[in-house]
Every structure is written in C-alpha cells, then in structure tokens.
Design a protein around this ligand. Structure first.
Ligand code: ADP
Length: 200
C-alpha cells in the first residue's frame, strides 16, 4: 500500500476544508464516516449483526437501519454503545482498507474524526491534526450546521480533548487564521508528501 496520511480534528476544526483541498490536488480521500455508512447498508454483514443483537426494532419497514432508534438506544446506555462499536468497527476498518487499497493517487488521505480514538490511526503512516481554538470550532460549526450552541458543545465535550489530540499528531496544522492560510498549509504538506513518495 502507498503512503497513507490521516487527517483528523474536532467538529468545526476545518477537517473537511483541508481534505477537500487534498482532493483538489488529485489525492484520493477515503472518508471513515462514509465507510461507516456503507457497512450498515442493507445486505452488509454489520447490519445483520446489529439487528441480531439489538432486535429488529432498529430496522425500518424496508429493512434499512433506523438510525434514530439506534442512536436513542446507544446514547442511553454506554454498554450498548460499546457493543455497537464491537459489531461495526472491524467492518468499518475492512471497508477503509478496501478503499485505501483501491487508491491510485501518489499517496492517500484517510479522513476520520475518530482517527486517534480508534485503531484507524494504525492504518496511517502519519497523522495531521487540523487544530483550531475551541471558540473558533464552536462559532464555525454553529454557522455551518445551524445547530444550537448547546448541541455543538455536547459534541465537543464527547470528543477527545484538544490537548490530547495535539500530543498524538505528527503534523499540527493551525487553523486559527483564514481559510487561505489553511489551504496554504495543506499545499505545503502536499509538496512534502509528494517528495517523500518520489524518494520511495
Ligand atoms: P470539520 O469538517 O472539521 O467539522 P469544516 O471544514 O466543515 O470542519 O469547517 C467548519 C466550517 O468552518 C465550514 O463552514 C468552513 O468553511 C469554515 N472554516 C474552516 N476553516 C475556516 C477558517 N480558517 N476561517 C473561517 N472559516 C473556516
């Protein structure tokens, strides 16, 4: 497999803006959130395992996943959440590996909000953290999602604290400035990675 660069960050940090830039530069971006959706589509093994464990009450009439019902179930009980993760994480990793294996770009980006929290980080050679002050995360996520402040704050509180993320990343991209500055930082990293690939 070629060089895999992980990109992570908290909600509103600028992760999507950064990975969109990599894509514009011709780099394949594998999205862990998208892989997580694929494995619970009808006919996929993870959906069968979820229904076998939690009951068919988490399915809609057409056999697809009732996300709201499942969310309700796992938010109310940490053990349920753990079980759901046990059932889905291996399949998500497998789907990510499959997509990474299909990439033909010079190197590949794996975008995941849970890169450092799960063993998805092990799929990466290096990890970039898109880092912004919490006040900026909050303001930007609120403007983007039209969500209320409390909702975004709840999500931020459930995510890994900023200082822990910063301690674990190989490359820190400061996104406290303008979008143009963020794009420039990504362009610089891209040039660095291309050089590394050429030296392989
Ligand atoms: P994430 O994917 O990490 O949740 P996004 O890349 O979607 O974050 O960024 C959140 C919002 O903030 C988006 O609307 C994006 O356009 C905006 N944004 C990102 N970086 C900046 C920046 N440096 N200055 C102002 N707005 C930004």
């Amino acid at each position: 497999m070629n060089l895999v660069i992980g990109v992570t960050g908290g909600i509103g940090s600028g992760k999507t803006t950064a990975t969109d830039r990599f894509q514009q530069l011709g780099i394949t971006v594998v999205d862990a959130d998208q892989a997580a959706r694929v494995v619970v589509e009808p006919g996929q093994p993870a959906l069968g395992a979820i229904a076998a464990h939690f009951g068919t009450g988490i399915l809609q009439a057409d056999g697809s996943l009732d996300r709201a019902a499942l969310r309700h179930l796992v938010f109310s009980d940490p053990e349920h959440r753990q079980k759901l993760e046990q059932l889905t994480h291996p399949q998500i990793n497998e789907e990510i590996r499959r997509q990474l294996g299909n990439s033909t770009s010079a190197y590949t980006v794996l975008s995941s909000p849970l890169l450092l929290e799960t063993n998805q980080g092990k799929l990466c050679d290096e990890v970039i953290l898109i880092d912004a002050p919490e006040s900026a995360q909050l303001a930007r996520a609120m403007a983007r999602d039209h969500n209320d402040k409390a909702q975004i704050q709840r999500i931020m509180a459930a995510q890994m604290p900023r200082r822990d993320r910063r301690a674990r990343a190989d490359h820190l991209v400061d996104n406290s400035g303008s979008i143009e500055q963020l794009l420039l930082a990504i362009d610089k990293l891209h040039a660095q990675f291309l050089k590394r690939c050429a030296a392989f």
